[in-house]
Design a protein around this ligand. Structure first.
Ligand code: CU
Length: 220
């Protein structure tokens, strides 16, 4: 869905660009000054039809972009039903803490240590093909949770109370096992660029094993 919105926007933008460049070339080639003493071509102003046209066309274009963007973001940010896995994401200067709850069990939080271990970063382990719900919070400044390959990014804003649907989003498209790099996408201070993490998508069996060894209270 994100991909098709992106593609559509690019096609529309490229088509607009092609028309504009063609008009510029047309004006430059066919209406250039040919003789040294050529008189000015007729100067058009207050031409109502033309002014209407270049007011209406951009309005229509912006409305079309707005419609598709609003329609898709409505679907993408919808939070409904119960998710199999819930992840509490706490962003701080400058790392992340992930606390996973699934099947009534809460796992030991995975947290990064700012600066020193940024190359490693905390790793969030999730099962594939499950609905995962994220709940984003922070106590300091605005951060942004971003895993580029998930084609999804959401700002983490301080001061939004727990339970507010604005902090949550659900993803159902995590279906390819692998390790995906994540980062903070909102400039949040001096070590913002080191606010890295990763998400590892594993099979359900591997995830069950992970739960068994990482349940809160159990010996590591
Ligand atoms: Cu940040």
């Amino acid at each position: 869905m994100v991909q098709s919105l992106w593609n559509g926007a690019w096609i529309a933008a490229l088509a607009t660009g092609a028309v504009v460049i063609a008009l510029i070339l047309w004006a430059a080639v066919f209406h250039r000054k040919r003789r040294a003493k050529a008189e000015l071509p007729p100067q058009v102003r207050y031409n109502l039809p033309i002014e209407m046209l270049y007011t209406l066309i951009p309005l229509v274009m912006v409305s079309v972009f707005f419609y598709f963007t609003a329609r898709d973001s409505e679907v993408l940010s919808k939070v409904d039903g119960d998710a199999t896995v819930k992840v509490k994401v706490e962003a701080f200067q400058w790392s992340w803490r992930f606390t996973t709850t699934t099947d009534g069990k809460t796992l030991q939080p995975v947290a990064g240590t700012p600066v020193s271990d940024y190359k490693q970063g905390p790793q969030l382990v999730l099962p594939v093909n499950k609905k995962v719900e994220f709940d984003l919070s922070t106590d300091d400044v605005i951060h942004s949770f971003w895993v580029p390959e998930f084609l999804f990014k959401r700002d983490v804003i301080p001061g939004i109370p727990e339970g507010n649907p604005g902090r949550k989003f659900q993803i159902t498209t995590l279906n390819k096992p692998g390790t995906y790099a994540g980062r903070c996408a909102e400039l949040c201070g001096v070590d913002h660029s080191r606010m890295l993490f990763s998400v590892k998508l594993v099979s359900q069996q591997e995830f069950d094993q992970y739960i068994a060894t990482h349940q809160a209270g159990s010996a590591q």
